[in-house]
Design a protein around this ligand. Structure first.
Ligand code: ACM
Ligand code: ZN
Length: 312
């Protein structure tokens, strides 16, 4: 139903199945998928954050499980992409796990630095999933950490950290999605005012910052630029308690991000955008969207005459 609803709005849903980190719930159900070095038991996390308990990179049974899941996901979602996560996966357990170390040896991964070898094991994991999905017409997306041990063949990379070497990744023939967290994580607060909702771990991010963020990194050649697919704004809801707050975070920063994404640099104009927001605010109000109100010109005489309420 969700896929069909999205399709009717020309939206493609890209599912994300996190591996090997952010998966403690899998370990709670299948503790045998943990590293030999992990300490059991596991319980489903009730708080957000990063866990050192990640899926074992060495065990064949983990790969079989992940492929079973991805097979079902590939059947459910008609889009070209499946996101396999890959972010925030500390290698503490992989570095000391017998199974991970054995696979590192069997894959011919060498070097003095154990974490570097574990990162390359993650690259190999991503490549196995990419190879599994390719015949099904799917491309994997991985967060930029999947490149720490080399860029996985067949993967599109989503850059959320600051300083990701987009030039290097695109030159190696990979597409990149830009999600610089300091600009495009829309769960960030919108001011320093007391009571302003939003994530506590980030700085704040105003409408003009989102509007003025050029998602095309500077210094890229034309062929490198051609591999930058565009920006993706993210909203994470660990610290957003209700749908109303989510709307408040998204609207109108999402409009700013969309206009920037679709406008040539020579035409971007924040003041002009702000004046055009006036009619958007009327629409948001009509649709009962909990938009974040801004100081905008009060001169609007526009009214909405033919707009049906959205039935969600
Ligand atoms: C991420 O924010 N960990 C992708
Ligand atoms: Zn392991």
């Amino acid at each position: 139903d969700i896929v069909a609803y999205a399709t009717s709005k020309n939206i493609t849903i890209i599912p994300e199945i996190e591996m090997p980190g952010h998966s403690v719930s899998v370990l709670a159900a299948y503790p045998e998928f943990a590293c030999t070095s992990a300490t059991t038991p596991f319980s489903v996390r009730c708080a957000w954050g990063i866990s050192t308990d990640i899926l074992c990179g060495g065990k064949e049974s983990v790969r079989t499980f992940l492929k079973d899941v991805l097979e079902e996901v590939a059947e459910l979602f008609p889009g070209k992409y499946i996101h396999i996560g890959g972010d925030e996966a500390p290698k503490n357990n992989w570095n000391t796990c017998d199974d991970c170390k054995a696979r590192i040896v069997s894959k011919g991964i060498t070097g003095a630095d154990q974490t570097a070898k574990s990162n390359t094991l993650q690259k190999e994991l991503v490549e196995e999933m990419a190879q599994f999905l390719a015949p099904k017409g799917k491309t994997v997306i991985g967060w930029d950490e999947v490149t720490h041990g080399g860029i996985p063949t067949g993967a599109t990379i989503q850059a959320w950290n600051v300083g990701v070497n987009v030039g290097q990744i695109t030159s190696a023939g990979h597409d990149v999605i830009m999600s610089n967290y300091t600009k495009l994580y829309l769960d960030s607060k919108q001011s320093t005012e007391v009571g302003e909702p939003g994530a506590t771990w980030m700085g704040y991010n105003t409408l003009d910052v989102v509007y003025n963020y050029d998602p095309m990194p500077s210094g890229l050649t034309t062929s490198q630029q051609a591999r930058v697919l565009g920006p993706e704004a993210c909203i994470w809801t660990e610290e957003l308690q209700t749908s109303e707050v989510v709307e408040y975070m998204l609207v109108p920063r999402l409009q700013a991000m969309a206009e920037r994404a679709w406008t040539p640099n020579s035409l971007v104009n924040f003041e002009d955008f702000k004046s055009r927001l006036v009619s958007h605010f009327e629409r948001f109000e009509y649709l009962n969207f909990n938009s974040r109100k801004l100081p905008v010109p009060q001169s609007s005489t526009k009214s909405i005459v033919s707009c049906e309420p959205v039935v969600l």
